[in-house]
Design a protein around this ligand. Sequence first.
Ligand SMILES: Cc1ncc(COP(=O)(O)O)c(C=O)c1O
Length: 439
Amino acid sequence: MMKELSRGDRSDAMPSIRHSFPMGLLPSGASIRSGSLYVAGVEIKRVAEEIGTPFFIYDEDHIRTTIRDAKGAFSGDIAFASKAFLCKAMAQLALEEGILLDVASMGEMYVAHAGGFPGDRMILHGNNKSDQELAFALEIGVGRIVIDSFDEIDRLESLAKADEPVSVWLRVTPGVEAHTHEYVMTGQEDTKFGFSYSAGAAEEAIELLLSSKKIRLLGLHSHIGSQIFMLDSFKAQFDVMAELIKRYGFLELNLGGGLGVAYIDGEEAPAIADWVSMAESYAKNSGLPDNLRLVLEPGRAIIARSAITVYRVGTIKRLKGIRTYVSIDGGMSDNPRPVLYESGYEAILPERMNDVSDTIYTISGKHCESGDIVVSSALLPSDLAVGELLATPVTGAYGYSMASNYNKVGRPPVIFAKDGRYRVVVRRETLGDLLRLEE
Ligand SMILES: Cc1ncc(COP(=O)(O)O)c(C=O)c1O
């Protein structure tokens, strides 16, 4: 059984005292020695002393193992959705693990390409791809461009050469309402993405593309949203897509990403291997051709749990009878998800993992916004003090990739840890970096 708990304040189902933190919310290579947290054999306290805070630390083997779990249960292709987290080191890791990359902008294509990731293993998305993006995709030979609008068909027709037809998929809106936050729901009729199945736009676009000399339509794509816990939502999506695939005899079907992950104590999400096997068995049982190429594009399910963000506590403000604010040296600029989607997170003290947690705190960021709350109800030891390290688990997805320079706060560095060693794969932004665009 999987369940998703409230995103805001702690629900009644959550503990009010904790003797040990659930290891299932930490990277799989996390361990505790004498109360101190290690990720992939690297002591968090040591990294903080050596490079300062805040920082993102990723367990490299956790990412590799998750990808292997998915690949092991699936005969199709796994494409990592790079919007969840991308830097050159991640592109290299994806290449080493033999998966594809989903990119959704010029910047994502450029960084992946700079990381040595071949264009023909990329899938390009976007509801408003520019001429520049499409031209770059053609230049580096992007494997599949996912067509999202009639305007894009016109644009691609004028950019592509007749002797080098471009391979594309069509993004279909299957009319499925996934059970998730409305801002990350994309499969319903009212959406900026794709071509509607029920309104006939998908059929019209397919017919148009099938008559093109410069564009080769090889299959279909759909993505119904993110942070989905109910596997039934994918079945409804699959049925619509299978009908179109059969009708037109396509041999490629990309079902997008969207598998949810647990962020807080008590939440349970399906395993990635179960999700990919589910897609595979839908295809087998629905009479689709045996040589159909299935593709899945998980982002969060591969990367979210592999990282934690480590901060230092700078101020504690006790408002009698109201709440206690614990302010850290980061906030909505390194993790905008709580502000955007009211997402829930937990907090831990990496130097005191064995201490009993029995007091609720509000973990606030350092930005000039009352709403800059990173964890609305964190269960931590009662004697939490200024100067301690505090970390938020499950921040590997949509944290660094959505980070900003709000209040001219520099973005934290990204660390990859493996076998007791760590390397900085993206350095900390400096004050100089904040001025580098100024004329
Ligand atoms: C087209 C597409 N594919 C895959 C993903 C990855 O989603 P998730 O990280 O929820 O798996 C997204 C997320 O927005 C998306 O838009």
